[in-house]
Structure formats: structure tokens, C-alpha cells
Design a protein around this ligand. Sequence first.
Ligand code: URP
Ligand code: ZN
Ligand code: ZN
Ligand code: ZN
Length: 488
Amino acid sequence: DGTRILIKGGTVVNAHLAEEADVYIEDGVVVAVRPDIPVDVDNVRVIDATGKYVMPGGIDPHTHLEMEFMGTVTIDDFFSGHAAALAGGTTMHIDFVIPVDGNLTAGLESYKHKAAKAAMDYGFHMAITKWNDEVAREMEVMVKEHGINSFKFFMAYKGSLMVTDDLLLQGLRKCKSLGALAMVHAENGDAVAEGQQRMIDLGITGPEGHALSRPPILEGEATARAIRLAKFINTPLYVVHVMSIDAMDEIAKAKREGQRVIGEPVVSGLVLDDSWLWDPDFTIASKYVMSPPIREAGHGKALQAALSSGILQLVGTDHCTFNSTQKAFGSDDFRKIPNGVNGLEERMHILWDSMVTGKISVTDYVRVTSTECAKTFNIFPRKGAILEGSDADIIILNPERSFVMGALTHHSRSNTNVYEGRKGKGMVEITISRGRVVWEDGVLNIAPGSGRYVMMPPFGYVFDGIEKSDATYRASLRAPVQRGKAAA
Ligand code: URP
Ligand code: ZN
Ligand code: ZN
Ligand code: ZN
């Protein structure tokens, strides 16, 4: 659209390098990144970024906008969710398409309609909830024609989304053959259902029952199981919302043994603890109900350490918001509280404030909030970097400004916020989405329909070296062993 922007005097941060440089943008694309770019073109807007960080916009790998879930629909759609994201320095997200009665094509159609009001770029993962030949065929169509390169399997939510081990195995094998990445929600759904019933039998019907009914051991078990099954099939695995030391340890062990496992912590798991669930005020306690549950103090610190050291490598939100009326569906039974918390608007600020203070470097901040996600889902360096030719999805962060979070000022449609009252330092002052300034001076300038769908191609590199250690491949190199024949 001809828009030209020159960002001068800031520190440009990519995952590989932080440098003093200017950034010149034209028609939504980064054209130049180097020091002292002269202002010698017409109609260029010059932004002074002296003393500020110029970074790739955040990419959130895990959101649920306008999702039908637990008898209701998440309250943020592809417009309000995008408003929240852009105001918080996130310029792209990947949402989970939920099939309609197991049908992937119908699910995608429904999500394309929901996303017609998108105000920023987005991509899709797809959940697999049923298995038959048609699903397997549709997975292939999704990868080859619709730019979906990741499929999610819910090992929890018995009776709705949960898959069996048999389905998971079939799905893992199909993902492998398509060059797609398998993702799991790792909790033992059968044990969760048993634990929930036990709490109800004990008369524990409040939100604390949610935490008590599905402890870390059930997350650890399912994480270990999914990792073993992925190893058996010999395909990479992405574990979403790693919430406990138990799950993180399984990922660390698998990595040590050379297995390709990607662990995604979410902001709530990194910085909150489960004490909220014991709040006597149901309206407060129910806000914090998500699955796997927010854990006891100690888990978050351990997950932060795992993120610093690279055991876990990219941060999502699992943004899945409901208002207090929806949360109240479960006022007499925690099993009916819609699961999910906010974070799309808060992620970039909370991570800056809580991690870029000795725990990670500014370059690692960019890596865990943006670059690693772009690489993992095969859209780097178009996304996740400020390089010549990259999409101009850029934020300018002022490390000296402070923020306060809460429902009164956030852009989510929910009337609640799990980070209510949280203060910190480091403010995203400007957000640029594909070359347009969309957030500035606390004001959003966005239009429904301006966001684009980002096609994510299947992988080659993720699978390099994997085929050669595969049992099927090795078998193909050998003649079958002849047994039962006595030596002549
Ligand atoms: O509680 C959560 N996490 N709600 C969203 C669905 C999911 O499991 O990711
Ligand atoms: Zn249509
Ligand atoms: Zn989940
Ligand atoms: Zn989720």
C-alpha cells in the first residue's frame, strides 16, 4: 500500500544478534537493516527509537479464539483477540481448528469464516478428534492444500476431545508420512475423570477440586507416554502447555537421549501458582481454572529455568477466555467451569519484565517469543526476524516505561484477567503489522479483514536424519530372515 517507515536509532534485536541499526520498511516488507539509513525517499514516516528495542512482533503458537468448548464459546474472537494481541506486541498467532463432528474440512471452513474479521496475520493447527480413512485423507489435503503443518491430539477431555492411544499412534504415523508436526495436550484423561469423581464424592466441588483432581503426575504420565509413542513411530513431538516439573523432566530426558521433542510453556504456568484456586471468592478462583492446572509454587520457577536453559524453547499463552458469567456455569461443580485463561495481550510484557532481568538475554527473549515459533512451524524468516525480505511485523519496546495490567484497560472482551493488578517494566509503545502502525500512544488503529492467513508448509528439515533410524527403513534394507529351515 505504499507505506514507508524508517525506524531510526534503536537497538534492533534478532535471535542471532542485537545491533544498533535503522530499519526501513516499504509495502509491508523490511527492505533494509543497517546503521545510518538516510532519509532520502518521499513520504516516509520517520520513527525515533533512540533508547528503545526494535524487535520482531511476538508470535503466539497457542490460542483458542471463538472456540466452542465445554458448552460455551470463548469470548475473544478473531477481532477482539487480535486487538488484544497487537496492543501487547504480538503480531501473529496460530489457532487450533476444531473439527466439526470429526470432519476436518468442515472445521476449517468454520474457522475461515471466524477469521474473516482478522486484524493481523494468523495460521492454523488442526485438532484430530476421530480416526477413520476419511480423516487420514483429509489430513493430507490440509497439509498439501491448506497450509496446515501441525495436528494436535488431546489426551484429556474424556467424552469430548480425548483420543485413545490407538488413535494417537495412527495420527503420529500419518503426521510423519506427511511431514507434519504432531502436538499433544498431555494429561491422562481417564485418570482425570477418576480424580474428578473422587473430589465430588468427597464433597469438594469448588475450583480447588480442579487442581486436586488432576495433579502433576497425570501430566507427567501422559507426557512420557506421548514421547515414547512418538519415539516408537520415530517422529518429532510438540508438547503444548507444559505446566509441571513432572512433564518438563520427561522432555529433558527425551532430549538428552536425542529425541526431537519441543516443549511449550505458557505464561500462566511460568508466572502464576495455584494458591488462587483456593480463594474463597468463586469469581476469583474460577478465573484460574485451566488444564493442565496452574501448579503449586515452585513449578513455575522450574519452568522458567528450563526456558532459560533451552530445555523448553518457545512460549505460548493458551489464550482461551471466558467472562465471569461463563465461569459461573461451574459454581456448584468445578467440572463445569470452562477451562482457560487469558494471556495474548500480556505475554510479551510479562516475559520481558520477568525474564529479561538476568534470566535470559534480549536475543533469547526474541527467540522464545517469536523466532523459535516461526522456525518450528516453518515460516522463518518471513516471520520471526527483522531481515531484508521479512514481513514488517515489528514492535518498539521502551524498557523504561511501566505497565499495569487488568480487565479495565485490556482489549480482551472478558471482564476478568488472571494478571489483574500486575505491574512491571518494559512497554510496547508501537506495534507495526505488515508495515502499518497499528498500535501507538495507547491507541489501536486496526480494521477487520486486514489480517492474512499464513500458509505453513510441511517440513523437510525437522525430519532430517530421522528416517535412517526408522525400523521400517532398516527393514527395507534387509532380506527377511529365513527360519525353520535346517542347514542343508
Ligand atoms: O484450559 C485450557 N487449556 N483450555 C483450552 C483448551 C486446551 O486444553 O488447550
Ligand atoms: Zn464458506
Ligand atoms: Zn490443551
Ligand atoms: Zn490450548
